[in-house]
Design a protein around this ligand. Structure first.
Ligand code: UTP
Length: 611
């Protein structure tokens, strides 16, 4: 052993040989042989900081184990990508873009309803994967994003909304297949060091929001080493010379974690056929899921990307078919800043422009994916879940040799189809944005600076989008809903619709909604309507105020008549006012519960609720 370390010409390492275990020596050799001897430059003689040195090797062991192919592979990949980046190589060289085929859905039409039915039937064969390891730097919220209220009328946080939606799908799906055994839909949540403990705490302190704890699996993603130069020299932590600086590797880690955890095999054995990936703060997503899943089933898509109509140059990626001169093809998300130059260089000198529909012909990717499990597992057997990575160094100058700060390799969940053969069935499902997508990503200050007409993606717009979606769905179901008013909160101009929210168990599809609305109903703009039970029917209701109905599953409630009261009002607050809880002030308003008609039915039976 000693000679081989000596051969490495790393004096500080050799000096410390007496305290190193054989495993440490192997790791040290691996690092030095791959150009990383600088990691030991500042190491003193044995007896000084030995515990820190052992901790260094513990960190190296973890980094080595958590990357497919280990640190050596990471360094090799990094050198290749850094060289391409230095040379300014275009990843799309040789590719010609075209519009892929997919399904464009219109909410509430016959086709949509049919897809929803198919999707609900299939839901019991689906596993859900929530990627929730992100730092959320743009939002800057002190807690984890999934603990934020999705809206503040009910106060349900994103995780609660997601879990209750999955449970409602489970219930509806199992009901449709009488004779078959009941199935629990699994949920995996990818966390990171930044979110893991608080995610577990949120689940445990809320009894898993009604899910069985055995239904939920947490998978923690590791970080990857930072890189200091084009030769992929690993960066030393500026605060500790015995640590490697690390940063998140991106949500693409979810594939290797699912592979290495063995969860996919367990799911397959339990009859799962589809895996649905989704993100931490989209309060609308589950409105889009039944129909999208129906599309996957009907079209036998191995990959189905959920998408929304995209305005040319809008800052979301476009789903694009790429055909290489050598015959390779793939259907993939192309980031908006790459789409325009790619189009200009190939098929359209005008670049990223709208077509006759008023939208870009390339649908906007919202990063929610449905994968068919069997083909996914086949693919992961080959790749072990490794996803094509990219690197994005910020160079000091045009020589592209020095970085402003260390960089790292990153990977994105939606790049999974990059590895697939051209025969793979890769498609997309486009849905109206009001129905499917309203993420909460930006803090109030940055949201207020978003150019007019572009989405704010703030807590304010995310909450208002939930009210709008519920209002528009009820309108489609025949309820007269007053038009919204325009108001400004935290410097953002938004439409304020009546604050209508129902629990997922009340209705998970449009057909459910229609079944529960009878006669002629109307709701005024100042109103709030919260429906918290399963068997509640709205019959000839005229609502001009606040109405809150809560009922146990075995209580059947009919709500009717003319409800009029002072309602719940929105009071403006400023995001800078730290006397107000953060989760409230980032919206720019708080709700004052002035008056309401409330029905609370906690015993089985038949009831009428009238003013
Ligand atoms: P975002 O684009 O919202 O990124 O991630 P972010 O890291 O959470 O937030 P910023 O960029 O720092 O503001 C999209 C989804 O991917 C998850 C996020 O939790 C979110 O659900 N994600 C992101 C991970 O799970 N891991 C990561 O390393 C990055």
């Amino acid at each position: 052993m000693a000679e081989s370390i000596a051969d490495l010409n790393c004096p500080n390492l050799q000096k410390n040989l007496s305290i190193l275990s054989p495993d440490h020596v192997e790791l040290a050799k691996m690092l030095v042989q791959n150009g990383q001897s600088h990691l030991f430059d500042e190491w003193p003689e044995p007896g000084v900081d030995d515990e820190e040195k052992f901790a260094f090797f513990y960190q190296v062991t973890r980094l080595n184990a958590s990357y497919p192919g280990g640190i050596v592979q990471y360094i090799n990949n990094a050198r290749e990508l850094l060289a391409d980046s230095k040379a300014g190589k275009n990843p799309f060289d040789g590719f010609t873009p075209s519009v892929p085929t997919g399904e464009n859905l219109t909410f509430a039409d016959e086709n949509f309803i049919k897809y929803e039915e198919t999707g609900v039937k299939e839901a019991k064969h689906t596993a859900f994967v929530l990627v929730a390891g992100g730092l959320g730097e743009r939002l800057g919220y002190n807690g984890i994003k999934i603990s934020l209220p999705s809206e503040t009328s009910t106060g349900a946080c994103f995780l609660q909304l997601y879990i209750e939606s999955i449970l409602a799908l489970q219930e509806a799906s199992c009901k449709l297949s009488e004779g078959e055994s009941h199935k629990d839909i699994p949920l995996a949540i990818m966390t990171s060091d930044d979110t893991h403990a608080r995610t577990l705490e949120l689940l445990e302190s809320n009894s898993y929001f009604g899910m069985k704890p055995t239904q939920v699996s947490l998978l923690k993603q590791g970080k990857v080493a930072c890189l200091a130069d084009n030769d992929a020299k690993i960066a030393v932590d500026p605060n500790n010379k015995y640590r490697i600086q690390t940063k998140p590797h991106g949500h693409g880690d979810v594939h290797s974690l699912l592979y290495s955890s063995g969860l996919l095999n367990q799911w397959q054995d339990a009859g799962v056929k589809w895996v649905l990936f989704f993100q931490d703060t989209n309060g609308l997503l589950f409105k889009a899921i039944p129909a999208s899943l129906g599309v996957s089933v009907t079209k036998k898509y191995e990959v189905n990307s959920l998408a929304v109509p995209r305005k040319a140059k809008e800052a979301i990626g476009g789903i694009t078919k790429l055909t290489h001169a050598d015959g390779r093809t793939m259907v993939i998300n192309v980031e908006y800043n790459q789409l325009d130059p790619l189009l200009r260089a190939t098929i359209n000198p005008e670049g990223d422009v709208n077509c006759e529909t008023g939208f870009s012909p390339f649908p906007g990717n919202i990063n929610q994916l449905i994968l068919e499990l069997e083909s996914y597992m086949e693919e992961l057997k080959k790749t072990k879940g490794a996803i094509k990575e990219f690197v994005n160094p910020k160079y000091k100058d045009s020589t592209r040799t020095l970085f402003k700060s260390s960089t790292r390799l990153e990977c994105m969940m939606q790049d999974y189809p990059k590895n697939l053969p051209p025969t793979a069935r890769v498609g997309f499902t486009v849905m109206d944005i009001w129905l499917a997508y309203a993420p909460v990503k930006n803090n109030p200050e940055d949201a207020a600076k978003v150019p007019k007409g572009n989405p704010y993606h703030s807590a304010t717009s995310g909450e208002m989008a939930i009210y709008r979606a519920h209002s528009l769905i009820l309108r489609k179901a025949g309820v007269q809903i007053s038009d919204p008013v325009i108001d400004v909160f935290n410097g953002q101009e938004v439409e304020v619709w009546p604050r209508i929210v129902w629990k997922p168990k009340w209705a998970i599809t449009f057909s459910d909604v229609k079944r529960k609305i009878e006669g002629s109903c109307s709701i005024s703009q100042k109103s709030t309507m919260l429906i918290k039970g399963r068997n509640i029917v709205i019959n000839n209701l005229s609502l001009d105020g606040a109405l809150v109905v809560d009922a146990v599953d075995d209580a059947e409630v009919k709500v009717e008549g003319c409800v009029q009261n002072s309602s719940w009002t929105l009071e403006k607050v400023d995001w800078k006012d730290t006397s107000i809880p953060e989760e409230i002030r980032i919206r720019g308003f708080k709700i004052n519960k002035v008056d309401q008609l409330e029905g609370n039915f906690q015993q089985p039976g038949k009831y009428n609720l009238k003013p």
